[in-house]
Design a protein around this ligand. Structure first.
Ligand code: C2E
Ligand code: MG
Ligand code: MG
Length: 721
């Protein structure tokens, strides 16, 4: 240790002989000693270096990350404060005409009071090695063709940009750029021309962004631009338009003018999309594809909201997949009533999801999701078919000979191997192919008409196996008579939207009647779905629907309930009357007339119970209501011969008279219908129904008499009289 006040007295040549520059400064930065290497390093003659400031006046210092170092960040100053030695710090020194790299170590020399007396700095000039290293690094980090940062450096820059935006509360736009028309140019003019274009594009991009922004090449014709330091997101749009314009401006390549290049840009912004840098890039890519697919030469922002929706859907799909595997889907079965036999001989399989949290869910809540995902859709349809077939066999083994109608999705139906798959399902489960004739597939009308030939081919193939087909939701899919003629279907199902309002809306009624007539003309079965009340059931039967399905008959139910439902079936007496077990169609007509009349009474009472009744719904004229039409149209001719028939018209007119009076007075008096008035209505209605009952009995009596007469006549014929 050098004692205080002592002079530095030694042979300088010893220190000049070393590879390193050696400098000794006192605590105030005054130079005590510099060897030759030091004055050479700084490019300042020894006697011109009086203090450390003389060095700092010429050189600026930077760390390895190129951050400029203030005075107190320099190793010598740090040591002055910490009194701890610092070893081998790499620094860049920059002067007006030179750049050098040094590896420096600094050590303190303390006095007896442990105060710094001198600071010894040694520096090794590592410029050569460092330049070599940087050159390699540069090659590794840059694209050799365009000299732009490559993927490796981009990820550094991106990380930095994200950190910068977070720290400074600013925004960052990450732009994924894909050239439009590049492949065609490459194919037409060759790779050399392609390379020239890429270089030109790179230059143009650099010209329109700020110097702090990054333009990188990912490979091929894919580039990424980072636009940083944005106060608000919109601030990037100017740059985006500039990029689009400069890239789409014509190029002169090898003497050819090229004006077919443009850019599809996908933009993602941080922190709006608060994800890691890699995902930021992926999302920008998604947006880029949107630009590509919607006309090119444009930019599209990544839609975080729709991405969230997609992710939620994805989660839901996974849940559905798992539920299928865990047997959390079930089929419910809804009976269809055969109008001719009055029996249940068919059921429709309807899927339900036993959601672990939300309970039983209806198809409208999960089918759209499933049908959007090919893999899941196939899995689901296969499950439905498998489940329904197994149920069919189980019922048949129990002696319940019922047909199952299975809804199939268009994707499944139009699959090449659809027919084979059905056969395989039977074989795999060791089920006789005879059961195929107990299955009817329901396909949506709208799904077959778009590819009629193909649909028909598949339907025919299925029919050869014994399967039958029904067009579901008929009336909603714009199929024409030609379609019906061409399709080899067995049945059509009238859509429930027409059934729902047919008794109130004459247009719907006309549609239902027309569909029934159509089916009859083409000699195919017709069924109706969605009959919610007995009036609808009876009307549908009356019109000639072969089968009726709806809540009025039964709601969809689990398989185990169906057996007891069918065994204990006590059909509503009115629709039982419509079936073959009943004396005749004449009784059915009377019942329909009765139903229509009751429906009209309820409607009048309900409208008059409202403060503003809708009178257009109500037919005041006794010839305008459905009962009146039946009576007037001579459809009641079968009863004209009965003694009570004349009373029917009187009773009907009487109740219409009452309705007429009430409809006139009640709105005028600004009140609603009273209990007495309602009672009066029911009284008159009961009188009418009583007459209908009388007529029924009289008809029956006449029929019996007729059959006696017939028998007598038959016998007479037999005995030749
Ligand atoms: P769809 O094939 O037209 O089935 C008839 C729908 O009407 C069923 O609804 C049934 O519950 C309902 N319905 C029956 N009677 C009445 C009624 O009187 N009033 C009312 N308001 N509705 C009635 P669900 O079960 O919700 O099924 C809806 C649709 O989902 C079905 O319409 C069918 O297209 C589809 N679907 C159901 N299960 C499956 C399946 O396993 N596979 C496929 N691919 N689609 C299915
Ligand atoms: Mg259906
Ligand atoms: Mg339907």
């Amino acid at each position: 240790m050098i004692a205080k006040g002592e002079r530095l007295n030694f042979d300088k040549r010893i220190f000049d002989a070393t590879q390193e520059s050696i400098q000794v400064w006192d605590r105030n930065g005054k130079k005590l000693f510099c060897n030759d290497k030091a004055s050479k390093l700084y490019g300042i003659e020894d006697d011109k270096i009086k203090t450390i400031q003389d060095v700092l006046d010429k050189w600026s210092f930077f760390d390895e990350n190129n951050s400029s170092l203030d005075l107190e960040m320099l190793p010598a100053f740090k040591v002055l404060h910490t009194r701890q030695a610092m070893k081998e710090t790499v620094l860049k020194m920059v002067s007006t005409d030179d750049t050098k790299w040094i590896k420096t170590s600094v050590g303190p020399i303390l006095n007896n009071e442990k105060q710094i007396e001198y600071i010894v700095t040694t520096c090794l000039d590592i410029t050569q090695e460092k330049n070599r290293e940087l050159k390699y690094k540069n090659i590794a980090n840059h694209d050799s063709l365009t000299k732009l940062p490559n993927r490796l450096l981009l990820s550094d820059r991106l990380e930095y940009a994200v950190a910068h935006a977070t720290r400074n509360n600013t925004h960052m736009a990450l732009c994924m750029i894909d050239l439009d028309g590049f492949k065609a140019l490459n194919d037409t003019y060759g790779h050399k021309a392609g390379d020239t274009l890429l270089i030109e594009v790179s230059k143009r991009m650099l010209e329109v962004v700020r110097s702090d922004d990054t333009v990188a090449r990912l490979g091929g014709d894919e580039f990424v631009v980072i636009l940083g330091d944005l106060e608000k997101i919109d601030d990037c749009t100017v740059s985006l338009y500039r990029l689009l314009n400069t890239i789409s401006a014509p190029y002169m390549i090898e003497g050819n003018s090229i004006d077919t290049i443009s850019a599809s840009i996908g933009v993602n912004t941080y922190p709006q999309d608060k994800v890691d840098p890699e995902t930021l890039l992926k999302h920008a890519d998604v947006a880029m594809y949107k630009s590509k697919n919607s006309g090119k030469n444009k930019f599209t922002f990544f839609d975080t909201a729709s991405d969230k929706k997609i992710k939620a859907n994805y989660k839901a799909l996974n849940k559905i997949k798992k539920s299928l595997e865990d047997n959390n889907f079930i089929l419910h079965y809804q009976p269809k009533l055969n109008s001719i036999t009055g029996e249940i001989v068919e059921v429709e399989a309807l899927a339900r999801w036993r959601h672990p949290m939300l309970g039983i869910m209806q198809p409208t809540e999960f089918l759209p999701l499933i049908q959007n995902d090919n893999e899941l859709n196939e899995m689901f349809d296969s499950w439905v078919i498998h489940e329904a077939i197994c149920q069919l066999v189980q019922w048949q083994n129990m002696g319940l000979f019922i047909k199952i109608c299975i809804n199939i999705s268009p994707k499944q139906f139009k699959q090449k191997k659809f027919v084979q798959k059905i056969k395989d399902e039977f074989v795999k489960n060791n089920i006789s192919l005879e059961y195929l004739s107990h299955i009817e597939f329901e396909i949506l009308e709208s799904d077959v008409v778009d590819d009629l030939n193909r649909s028909n081919r598949i339907i025919k193939e299925c029919k050869e196996l014994g399967l039958s087909f029904a067009l579901d939701d008929f009336g909603t899919g714009y199929s024409s008579l030609v379609h019906l003629k061409e399709l080899s279907i067995d049945a059509i199902k009238i859509d429930n939207s027409f059934v729902a309002n047919m008794l109130e809306n004459s247009e719907d009624m006309a549609i239902v009647q027309a569909i029934v007539a159509l089916a009859s003309a083409f000699d195919i079965r017709v069924s109706a779905e969605g009959a919610e009340n007995i009036e609808q059931v009876l009307s549908l039967m009356e019109m000639g629907c072969d089968e009726v399905q709806g809540f009025a008959i039964a709601k969809p139910m689990p398989a185990n309930e169906l057996v007891s439902y069918i065994t204990n079936l006590t059909p509503d007496p009115r629709w039982r009357l419509a079936s073959h077990t009943l004396p005749s169609r004449i009784d059915f007509e009377l019942l329909l007339a009765e139903s229509n009349h009751k429906y009209w009474v309820e409607m009048i009472i309900s409208e008059l119970s409202k403060s503003t009744p809708n009178l257009s719904l109500v037919h005041i004229d006794h010839k305008g209501c459905r009962f009146g039409k039946w009576f007037e149209k001579n459809r009641s001719k079968n009863y004209k011969i009965t003694p009570s028939f004349k009373d029917l018209d009187t009773a009907h007119q009487e109740i219409h008279k009452l309705s007429h009076t009430l409809l006139e007075t009640i709105p005028k008096e600004n009140r609603t219908i009273t209990q007495e008035e309602i009672a009066k209505f029911y009284h008159l209605s009961a009188k009418l129904i009583e007459i209908l009952d009388k007529i029924r009995v009289e008809v029956e009596k006449q029929k019996k008499q007729q059959s006696v007469v017939n028998k007598i006549l038959q016998k007479r014929e037999q005995y030749g009289k």
